[in-house]
Design a protein around this ligand. Structure first.
Ligand code: ADP
Length: 260
């Protein structure tokens, strides 16, 4: 017999009455799985041709001086667009892996100070001195999780802070205890985001300002990746921002994820 997937909804009425509704979501579940597999397969298949194109473009780029200027500029454009497509394909592949795999095999205690230091260095390279980046750690701590995934999530937040804030902005990477657990904050004092956008910000390809975001080099998948990585670490993302008052992206980890 085929396994069915049922979703139950229980509504309580007063002390002793309950309404139980069951919905068969087997088909929905299967379709969702097909969508994930399809995206993962397409992304994977696109990688090889993109690598070949990018390899040839690099060779032609080296010969740019011998080419007519219009051709040289064309090759530069093609290189930039190929890199953009490669970033997109890599992010799509990463996102579908995060959705498909259970995760957890590579979990180990990670030193938060070292994690934030690494993220800061990557963000400084992107910022090229336009913003200041500081680390603020209230107490030494270790988080149990995947170093690679957490580094990629916190880097995405820090890269966004660099991309979406004007020069001379301040960005802070912070660790502090929060309730029984702890949180990593990425805070900036840039232009902020209108609160109407906040509930949809972690959706794939959702952007506040489409034109500007494309120019910044993002793929539109950054916050979706952050959300999925945190989900796999039993953590949550909360976003607080107002126009003109900067933005705060807070990753809250439960106490079960802290290692002393
Ligand atoms: P991308 O940056 O590639 O567009 P993300 O999912 O990382 O995709 O971010 C979604 C959108 O959220 C961005 O396009 C931008 O409009 C907004 N955003 C993210 N971080 C910030 C920030 N620190 N300040 C202002 N806007 C931000």
């Amino acid at each position: 017999d085929e396994r069915r997937i049922l979703q139950y909804q229980i509504t309580l009425y007063g002390d002793d009455e309950r309404l139980v509704m069951a919905r068969d979501i087997t088909r929905l579940h299967r379709l969702e799985q097909m969508r994930r597999d399809f995206v993962a397969n397409v992304s994977h298949e696109l990688r090889t041709p993109l690598t070949v194109i990018s390899g040839y473009l690099e060779t032609y780029g080296d010969l740019a001086e011998q080419l007519p200027p219009r051709l040289g500029r064309g090759i530069e454009q093609m290189q930039a667009q190929t890199t953009r497509m490669q970033n997109l394909v890599n992010d799509l592949l990463l996102l579908s892996r995060l959705e498909i795999d259970q995760g957890g095999e590579d979990h180990q205690p990670i030193d938060v100070a070292a994690l934030l230091k690494g993220v800061r260095e990557d963000a400084l390279a992107l910022s090229k001195g336009r913003q200041t980046l500081e680390i603020d750690i209230a107490s030494d701590a270790k988080l149990i999780g995947s170093e690679q995934e957490l580094r990629s999530a916190i880097s995405n937040l820090a890269f966004n802070a660099v991309r979406y804030t004007p020069p001379d902005s301040h960005i802070t990477l912070r660790w502090q205890m929060e309730g029984d657990g702890g949180c990593i904050d990425v805070e900036d004092d840039g232009e902020g985001i209108d609160p109407v956008h906040l509930p949809r910000l972690t959706e794939r390809f959702y952007r506040v300002d489409k034109g500007r975001s494309t120019a910044t080099g993002g793929t539109g998948l950054g916050l979706a990746i952050v959300k999925h990585v945190l989900l796999r670490h039993d953590a949550t993302l909360s976003i607080d921002s107002h126009p003109g008052e900067g933005a705060l992206f807070r990753c809250v980890f439960p106490k079960e994820r802290l290692a002393c």
